[in-house]
Design a protein around this ligand. Structure first.
Ligand code: DC
Length: 219
C-alpha cells in the first residue's frame, strides 16, 4: 500500500491548493475527487438527465484520470473534460448528483484503486471517513464561512466577474448544509482526523502543518 493523505472539508477551505502544494513537495500524486463528481455531473447535463434518471444514466459515464505535465486530467468516455467542469452550472449539478449512491459507488471504487499502490494526497468530502479509512494522515481542513466567501470573491473579481460577497457567503453556508446533512457519505470530520482551521493561516503554514503530520508517521 502507498502512503495516503486524506484531506476533507467544506468548499472553499483551500483543500486543493494545499493538496497540490503537498503533492509537489513530497512527490505524491494529487487526486482531486471533486473533479470526478464534476465530470459525472457534466455527463448528466449533456444527457439531460432529470434527478429521477441519475441512478440509471450514471452507468453510461466512464470516468478515468491521467496525469499530463503534472496535472490531473479527467476523461469522460475518452474525452478530456477539464476545460468544462469548473462552471457554476456543473457545480450545481454536482451537488445534486453527488449524493446519489450509484454515482458514489462508481467513483469511490476508482478513487480506491488509484490510492492502492501509489503515494497520494486525495481531497474531497468523505476521503478520511469512507474512501480511505486507513489513510496514514487525515486532515479536516476548514475556515470560517466569511473567510471562504472572501477568498471566492477575490478569485472571481480577479477573473473580472462581478459578484456580491453576501450572496457568495449565503451560497457557501447552504452548500455546507447540503454536504453535511445528506444521507450518503455526509461531510464530517473522521474521528482520527486532525482539525485545521485555515482562516488565519497562509497556504505555506497549512501545507507545513500537514507535512509535519506525515513526519510524525516517520515518512
Ligand atoms: O470540491 P468540488 O467543489 O470540486 O466538489 C464538487 C461536488 O462534488 C460538490 O458538490 C461536493 C461533491 N463531492 C463529494 O460529494 N465527495 C467528494 N469526495 C468530493 C466532492
Amino acid at each position: 500500500m502507498g502512503f495516503n493523505i486524506a484531506i476533507d472539508g467544506p468548499a472553499g477551505a483551500g483543500k486543493s491548493t494545499i493538496a497540490k502544494r503537498i503533492a509537489a513537495k513530497k512527490g505524491f500524486i494529487y487526486v482531486d475527487t471533486g473533479a470526478m463528481y464534476r465530470a459525472m455531473a457534466l455527463y448528466l447535463i449533456r444527457e439531460n438527465a432529470s434527478p429521477e434518471q441519475i441512478d440509471e444514466k450514471c452507468q453510461g459515464a466512464d470516468i478515468t484520470i491521467a496525469y499530463e505535465n503534472g496535472e490531473q486530467v479527467v476523461y469522460l468516455n475518452g474525452e478530456n473534460v477539464n476545460p468544462y467542469i469548473r462552471t457554476e452550472e456543473v457545480g450545481r449539478m454536482a451537488s445534486v448528483s453527488s449524493p446519489n449512491a450509484n454515482v458514489r459507488k462508481k467513483l469511490v471504487e476508482l478513487q480506491q484503486r488509484l490510492a492502492a499502490d501509489a503515494d497520494v494526497v486525495m481531497d474531497g468530502r468523505d476521503i478520511g471517513t469512507c474512501v480511505l479509512p486507513d489513510a496514514q494522515v487525515k486532515v479536516y481542513l476548514t475556515a470560517d464561512s466569511h473567510e471562504r466567501a472572501l477568498r471566492r470573491y477575490k478569485e472571481l473579481t480577479a477573473k473580472g466577474e462581478s459578484c456580491d460577497l453576501e450572496t457568495i457567503e449565503k451560497d457557501i453556508i447552504e452548500r455546507d448544509r447540503q454536504d453535511m446533512t445528506r444521507e450518503n457519505s455526509p461531510l464530517k470530520q473522521a474521528e482520527d482526523a486532525v482539525f485545521l482551521d485555515s482562516s488565519h493561516m497562509t497556504v505555506e503554514e497549512v501545507a507545513d502543518a500537514v507535512i509535519a503530520l506525515c513526519q510524525r508517521d516517520k515518512l
